[in-house]
Ligand binder design. Structure first.
Ligand code: ZN
Length: 134
């Protein structure tokens, strides 16, 4: 695993496989490097960035490199990847000193508040959360 603080990484070659079909996808363009970003974490399966509109002191988005529209689109073949995304979020939380806790959110579909149609996990922490969520 590779963590970085402010360092930009080149896109992994496999990300290029998706750029032709989904150039309109904001997150695919970020992952491919056509939109500059600073990776909080990346490996061969996922890419994580700070949310541009943070809702808490720590707000990181963890997304698969592969273009998957949403959690609702996932199939059994995605189960290992989904586990990896969650594990990655927990690893990032450890590096962000979120020992008091944090929240993991996967907005799914229109009613779920999903605003980018590329599966992503929100890691939100650094303040006490409320329940129920809005
Ligand atoms: Zn995408």
């Amino acid at each position: 695993m590779r963590f970085s603080r402010g360092r930009k990484f080149p896109a992994a070659p496999e990300a290029l496989l998706y750029t032709v079909a989904v150039t309109s996808c904001l997150f695919c363009r970020i992952i491919a490097g056509s939109i500059p970003s600073t990776a909080v974490f990346q490996d061969d399966k996922c890419y994580a960035i700070a949310d541009l509109r943070p809702q808490a002191p720590v707000h990181v988005l963890v997304m698969p490199r592969a273009h998957i529209v949403s959690l609702a689109e996932c199939e059994a073949s995605h189960s290992d990847l989904l586990g990896h995304l969650l594990w990655t979020a927990a690893e990032i939380a450890r590096t962000k000193n979120l020992a008091r806790g944090y929240r993991i959110v996967i907005n799914t579909g229109e009613d779920g508040g999903q605003t980018v149609d590329h599966l992503h996990i929100h890691l939100i922490g650094g303040r006490a959360m409320t329940w129920p969520p809005g």
